[in-house]
Design a protein around this ligand. Structure first.
Ligand code: SF4
Length: 349
């Protein structure tokens, strides 16, 4: 049963509805090994993609139930034409206190200024390697220089609080941890190391390639000396740490140290399906009632009842499987072809 207290709507584990990740397209201009390793993909139907006005309407209703942080994702969100127009619509929703975007950076240089003047607050760039040859091998695209220009463009546009998200994969980029910390410091960013996750779409995932939080810390301590945890009250997925010289970095350890107990995130796909967990196999269709003319109250009740019944703790359950030796690829390729919404690139990572 949904429960509303002074903090808004709570799920069955007492977790509030606060962070909404809105995927605006399932398309991407990179093919990262940990996300889109296949040659062919099934795509969402274009006619099913929510319009900007439909997204704004849903976001407004979500805010009435507690959401105050919205992150635009994809695929690659900048592939959605006129994205600053959506940013303008969402930044006009008074309850949205934090409006952020995660991008792969390829198209950022040309759009950062327009996004900032439209009201975007913060940008996170996925950035896995400093080496162009490695980037090409990891993403199957030759866009490293464009991403570097994108990072520079974010700074030039006046954004602060830039984050760089790095998926650490053994044998791929795990020898660049310190180099990435140094790079982030030079560009006034904070790097966040993300454990390689066995989410939908990661069809090449293996446990052996996961570099754990503990190992990341150990390697950085070997290089920098003691690393101090930063104590903060936050439902953000990253734990943050400080080096002796004050440089900070984060680790998102969903694979070895899940944080489902405090998870207030949900995801809306570009076709209006609402997922209550990154690992959820089924979502709630909000597009159909929206397009059928459902009232605001009806949509709000649908969302409230979905969150009120939420008991998802996908990453913890995956970890439990590991204990009994059953942790492998989450969804095989045939399943992904039948339902592209199971893909991480569709539900916004
Ligand atoms: S696995 Fe699901 S419940 Fe756990 S932190 Fe991720 S989205 Fe939240």
């Amino acid at each position: 049963m949904a429960s509303l207290d002074g903090h808004g709507l709570l799920d069955t584990l007492g977790r509030p509805l606060r962070n909404l990740r809105v995927s605006v397209t399932d398309r991407c201009n990179l093919r990262c090994q940990y996300c889109m390793p296949e040659e062919e993909y099934a795509w969402l139907r274009r006619s099913d993609l929510l319009t900007f006005e439909e997204i704004q309407r849903l976001v407004e209703i979500f805010t009435e139930l507690g959401v105050d942080r919205v992150r635009l994702t994809g695929g690659e969100p900048l592939l959605r034409r006129d994205l600053p127009d959506l940013v303008r619509l969402l930044s006009a929703v008074p309850a949205v206190r934090d409006l952020a975007m995660t991008s792969n950076g390829v198209l950022l240089a040309g759009q950062a200024a327009a996004l900032r003047s439209a009201g975007l607050h913060r940008v996170t760039v996925s950035f896995d390697t400093l080496r162009p040859d490695r980037f090409r091998a990891l993403t199957r695209r030759d866009e490293h220089a464009a991403v570097m220009r994108g990072i520079e463009g974010v700074r030039a546009a006046g954004f602060t609080g830039l984050k760089l998200d790095t998926v650490v994969i053994r044998g791929v980029n795990d020898d660049e941890l310190a180099d990435l910390v140094e790079f982030a410091r030079r560009v006034d960013a904070e790097v966040r190391f993300i454990e390689y996750m066995d989410v939908g779409g990661a069809t090449h995932w293996s446990r052996e390639q996961v570099v754990s939080r503990a190992e990341i810390l150990e390697r950085l301590e070997r290089r920098y000396g003691q690393v101090a945890p930063i104590r903060e009250h936050s439902s953000a997925p990253a734990e943050r740490f400080r080096l002796g010289d004050g440089t900070t970095f984060g680790i998102i350890a969903s694979t070895t140290t899940p944080f489902c107990r405090t998870c207030d995130r949900s995801r809306l796909t570009a076709d209006g399906t609402w997922y209550l967990c990154l690992y959820a196999q089924r979502g709630i269709d909000l597009r159909t009632p929206l397009r059928d003319g459902a009232s605001r109250d009806t949509l709000r009740a649908l969302i409230a009842s979905g969150w009120g019944r939420r008991r998802d703790r996908g990453a913890e359950e995956r970890k439990d499987l590991e204990a009994i030796g059953h942790r492998g690829v989450l969804v095989q390729i045939e399943g992904l072809r039948q339902d592209p919404r199971l893909e991480m690139h569709t539900r916004g990572g």
